[in-house]
Design a protein around this ligand. Structure first.
Ligand code: ZN
Length: 87
């Protein structure tokens, strides 16, 4: 029996339970039916960011930026990779 992981939908922010052996087969969200993995960055406000950080059971790659920083921000972006203990 395969382990299940919690994956937060990038579209509706619903937490989905996905079997680990189905992660590579493009699973869809059970709520909004859109793909859980888009291959593109997702803009998140604070509340949605907290949900993704706390409920996802997969590593998150986080790029903090602010629109008021202009072109200079592209050179000084801070990228954080959040992983779970033991991953
Ligand atoms: Zn969804």
């Amino acid at each position: 029996m395969s382990e299940s992981l919690h994956i937060v939908c990038p579209h509706c922010h619903t937490t989905n339970r996905v079997r680990a052996d189905q992660l590579a087969s493009a699973p869809d969200c059970g709520q909004c039916k859109q793909p859980l993995f888009t291959g593109k960055p997702v803009d998140l406000a604070e509340a949605a960011f907290d949900k993704h950080l706390q409920r996802n059971q997969i590593p998150l790659l986080v790029d903090f930026w602010a629109p008021w920083c202009g072109a200079r921000a592209a050179r000084w972006r801070v990228v954080w990779c959040c992983t779970l203990p033991g991953t």
